[in-house]
Design a protein around this ligand. Structure first.
Ligand SMILES: [Zn+2]
Length: 287
């Protein structure tokens, strides 16, 4: 059964580790992540962006697929199904479809509108036993065509949103989605420390986990980050492994054209990436 991310993140914050959110794109992605979590006895959060939701034929299709997998693959570790960067409308669609967690991204709206919508969703999620993530300060890079600059959140605005009763808070701390440019200034630990100081036990979320150096990840966890989002890194691993298979001409040998064979190296690559992240985040054997 899918669970809310609330308890797993509270445990992570107390235990000074982080739970990975790995975004999914299809059946192979989902299966690879779930099996890796189970093999490593780690809690896990499956992230679905609005674009990926559309691609996978809608939120109800995704819920059906994942509930089926949890049962058929005997997945017993805690798994949350989470809407990533949801608009107000998408949040309600996912609540209705049976997601166990949502992120309302009101960071592009004026703070008063972000507060009003977050407040309303706090109430709805509490009634449904779902967890809710809010965002303050836009996180840079490109996510489904929305490009942000990588700003740092205002710690007082973070407190204002945290006090509404959300379960986790994403604050921009110079992190960006996708690959980091060579001239990236790094994470602002000053901002992160100020946010944690004002929001106390609130689990903080680090978006754009691809390519952040390990020492920065560990420092962020020390400063209260309990959830780290990884998306691009699995895509890069999958693409590289698939390229290798095709370039080696394996699809032209025997039944190498079988889609199950073509996709297999990519699946193994995703599993290796997810395991590596779980090791760095410290979530192994924390299920
Ligand atoms: Zn994000």
């Amino acid at each position: 059964m899918l669970v809310s991310a609330k308890e797993m993140l509270q445990k992570a914050k107390e235990g000074h580790y982080a739970v990975g959110q790995f975004n999914i794109n299809n059946l192979e992605w989902t299966k690879a992540i779930l099996l890796t979590a189970q093999e490593n006895n780690s809690p896990v959060i499956l992230g679905v962006s609005e674009g990926a939701g559309k691609y996978m034929a809608g939120y109800k299709t995704i819920v059906g697929m994942i509930n089926g997998m949890l049962e058929e693959l005997n997945i017993t570790v805690p798994v949350a199904l989470h809407l990533d960067h949801g608009s107000y409308d998408a949040c309600y669609k996912c609540i209705e479809a049976g997601f166990s967690s949502i992120m309302y991204d009101g960071s592009h709206s004026p703070i008063d509108e972000n507060v009003a919508n977050t407040k309303e969703l706090v109430k709805v999620c509490a009634e449904k036993g779902m967890s809710l993530e809010a965002e303050v300060g836009s996180i840079g890079g490109e996510e489904d065509g929305v490009v942000g600059a990588g700003e740092c959140a205002d710690p007082d605005e973070c407190k204002r949103i945290a006090d509404l009763g959300v379960d986790m808070l994403a604050a921009g701390i110079g992190n960006i989605h996708g690959k980091y440019p060579a001239n990236w200034a790094g994470l602002s630990f000053e901002t992160l420390a100020a946010v944690q100081e004002r929001t106390g036990i609130m689990p903080l979320v680090l978006h754009g986990g691809t390519g952040i150096p390990v020492d920065m990840i560990k420092k962020a966890i020390d400063l209260g980050v309990a959830k780290i989002n990884v998306n691009t890194e699995c895509q890069l691993s999958f693409a590289a492994a698939t390229r290798k298979y095709i370039e080696a001409g394996k699809d032209l040998e025997g039944k190498g054209f079988d889609p199950r064979k073509i996709l297999a190296p990519g699946v193994e690559a995703i599993k290796a990436t997810v395991k590596e992240k779980m090791e760095i985040f410290g979530s192994i054997d924390k299920a």
